[in-house]
Design a protein around this ligand. Sequence first.
Ligand SMILES: Nc1ncnc2c1ncn2[C@@H]1O[C@H](COP(=O)(O)OP(=O)(O)OP(=O)(O)O)[C@@H](O)[C@H]1O
Ligand SMILES: [Mg+2]
Length: 585
Amino acid sequence: MQLEHPLGQDGNTEPLRILLIDDDEVDRMAARRALQATGIDTTLQEAMNTADGFAAAQHGDYDCILLDYNLPDGDGLTLLRKLRTAQIVTPVVMMTGQGDEELAVEMLHAGANDYLPKRKLKPEVLHHTLRSVMHIFQVESQRKAVQEQLAGTGARLQYLIDNSPAIIYSAVPSGDFKMTFVSENLLNVLGYEPHEMLDDMNFWIEHIHPDDRSALMQQLPRLLSNGGQQTHDYRFRHHDGHYLWMHDTMRLVCDKTGQPLELLGSLLDITERKKMEGALQQEKEEQQVLIQELHEAREQLLQNEKMAAIGQLAAGVAHEINNPIGYINSNLGTLKHYADNLIELTDLYQVAEMSFDGAHQEVLELIHSIKSRIDLDYIREDLPDLVRESQEGAERVRQIIQNLKEFSHVGEAEWQLADLHHGLDSTLNIVHNEIKYKAEICKEYGNLPQVECIASQINQVFMNILVNAAHAIEKQGTITLRTGCEDGEVWVQISDTGIGIPADKIKHIFEPFYTSKPVGVGTGLGLSLSYNIIKKHHGRLAVTSDVGTGTSFTVYLPIKRADEDQAEQSNTQPEEIPCGSGGDT
Ligand SMILES: Nc1ncnc2c1ncn2[C@@H]1O[C@H](COP(=O)(O)OP(=O)(O)OP(=O)(O)O)[C@@H](O)[C@H]1O
Ligand SMILES: [Mg+2]
């Protein structure tokens, strides 16, 4: 009979190494014969007592041991236990007598791989037993190898998990997200023992910063329903009580049917990164503020230069016109005097005319013809008017020159005592052209003391507000100027009946470059510069507006200059950027 190799057809052609431990010569022979009859290529080693058998098993390399129970120096069961205790794992087939099943079971418990009744040792049975024992042994060896490998990998994995900077966790994929596993480094990073987190089902949720909790809880249901991965940054309370920023990457793990199994995640401490981001953001914001200030300072400088240039021009023109208008004015006075005299004289001549007799007929006719040609009556009537109108015109020119001088205050960025009514009036004259077709000016001036201020700058504020008021009136309206004095400060209110400012825009009007006017019409600087000027005067600039009704700007100024202003000479740089102040400096 030819049976196949007990280790299967895997190309293994090595003879099977068998150790037979039996003291009975007849039994050994039977075993030899049965082995031969299986046709398996074997090498057989024999021992006749437990001592030799143990020594052979210890030093030889066997694929299988056939072990008899009754031996002269002990029993097979004891030897089997000794072999296993000595970590000799070679498969053992116990050779038992007939009816020794109980003993066989005991042997199996002690580590035997199979048993055979030796009196009926048939080749097929032996072959089958060897085959199954060897197969089981082989499978067992492979399983052990895999288990050892797995144990190694597991240990490495555990080491990596426990020493990674990220806390690894798993949680149930349902409402309370109870943690089912958390890595040991929880203690290093957040100061908690893992069991604290595992035992308390609300631990995770309750240690998240209240401000970050609701956003996170809103997002999580999406992960449960859609699957995939989510990342969240939130603050988590450390055992010491302070909060750390954590970056949580969580993934929903599902089975083959798509049923959620667990939530797997890692928590990374990103507090340092957040701090750096915050510092960077702050730096960026500071830079933006600086850039904005620089921008404003430049615009303020340009505006100042422009004002200075206009002022210089105005002062130059005023100076040039001042002289001629001076003598025109004075000559007109004299002219009026002369004209009055001449009219008085012609009146007398008219009376004298009546007494002329016939001898002067020719002279009389000549007088009459000249009188009717020049229309003496009309001249008499018109001459005083002409002179008066000329005087009024000259007076207006003189007034304008005066206004120009007052407005410009060239070289006078200096504190002085000023009459604000005077400033308002002279500014009104300057912007007369902008206003005259649009608005009627209504003045409700109260009593104002002299105010210590930089008059040219305050005039500049009045001008900006007046021009804005005129621009806000679409067809025809009224600009009302009211003034008053209360509690050590004066106020000047300029109200218009213009289009008004919508509530959502009013907070922007003091911002530099905010304008609702078309490109080229407004730069959006008028009010921001005005704001800075009033601020420098330690005053306030307030605004109220109703769309469709009109707008009121009120300038409040302290009557006396603040002490600190006296210490440092006036400085024309802007101080602060108004932003969404709602109009009160
Ligand atoms: N009296 C007003 N009525 C309605 N809107 C106003 C009034 N005054 C200011 N505003 C609004 O505030 C904006 C900003 O005014 P600001 O004087 O700063 O700039 P601007 O007039 O647009 O341009 P600029 O004065 O530089 O030529 C205006 O564009 C306008 O929208
Ligand atoms: Mg303006």
